[in-house]
Unconditional design. Structure first.
Length: 248
């Protein structure tokens, strides 16, 4: 099956300013390419997938309007198809339709944060508790953390954020369940919206780099109980911190 877009790559270090479709021109050019006829998957699902990955990669920020004409022209799909994709993204909590204004990327609330972390506690601690982590899997996690440490030293906040997404996606992917992978992708896309407000704060992301390094180290020594306890504390602390920042 053909890929959805030839530009399904890690995000660049720059991000468009939220709120205006004009600011998103470069993003659409990078992320959107005409869908290939050889891919016979349900078209709205493919469109939703393209947009979800762009949001998850931090290329489309909370509050940004999604320009229907631009997207339909770039993807070569109808407005009806695009609106079906928007309905899927709305069900995932990623976009909101505002009457007489259009569709906008969702701006997270405190309840969003609480829901996201409820799901993450179940998914990620379950993966740590029950999934096999052979040496090659641990090595993949450590490779991600080394990249995150280099990004931290360089002060590259987008790269730190992307490494954090990749680390936790990899953690759940070790369960080898397509359904869990899909759920985690949706959760991480919502997480990216929460983290968007911290995109200029290196110290915020540094905390996650250190937490991921420790988790990978515990897994490398097969200290499952300690790894699970660390992950629970890590996630609960992150939830409290994000709620405090949202309230302030």
């Amino acid at each position: 099956m053909s890929r959805l877009t030839p530009h399904d790559v890690a995000p660049t270090s720059s991000a468009a300013a939220p709120g205006t479709s004009a600011d998103l021109t470069d993003v659409w050019d990078q992320w959107l390419a005409p869908l290939e006829a050889a891919d016979h998957a349900y078209v709205p699902v493919r469109v939703a997938g393209v947009l979800r990955r762009a949001i998850s990669a931090g290329q489309i920020l909370p509050g940004s309007k999604l320009p229907e004409v631009k997207i339909t022209d770039r993807l070569g799909v109808s407005r009806h198809t695009l609106r079906s994709a928007f309905q899927m993204l709305a069900a995932d909590g990623l976009v909101d339709r505002q009457p007489n204004r259009g569709v906008f990327v969702h701006e997270p609330t405190g309840e969003d944060v609480r829901e996201i972390y409820r799901i993450r506690l179940i998914l990620e601690t379950g993966a740590v508790r029950t999934t096999v982590f052979p040496p090659e899997a641990v090595q993949q996690l450590k490779q991600i953390t080394r990249g995150a440490e280099r990004a931290r030293e360089a002060g590259d906040v987008p790269a730190m954020a992307q490494a954090n997404q990749a680390f936790h996606q990899r953690l759940v992917a070790q369960a080898r369940s397509p359904m869990l992978d899909e759920l985690m992708s949706k959760v991480l896309a919502r997480m990216r919206l929460v983290f968007a407000g911290r995109r200029g704060d290196p110290d915020f992301h540094s905390t996650y780099v250190a937490g991921n390094v420790k988790l990978a180290d515990l897994l490398s020594r097969d200290q499952r109980q300690e790894a699970e306890e660390h992950l629970v504390n890590y996630l609960l602390s992150a939830e409290r911190d994000l709620l405090r920042r949202l309230e302030n």
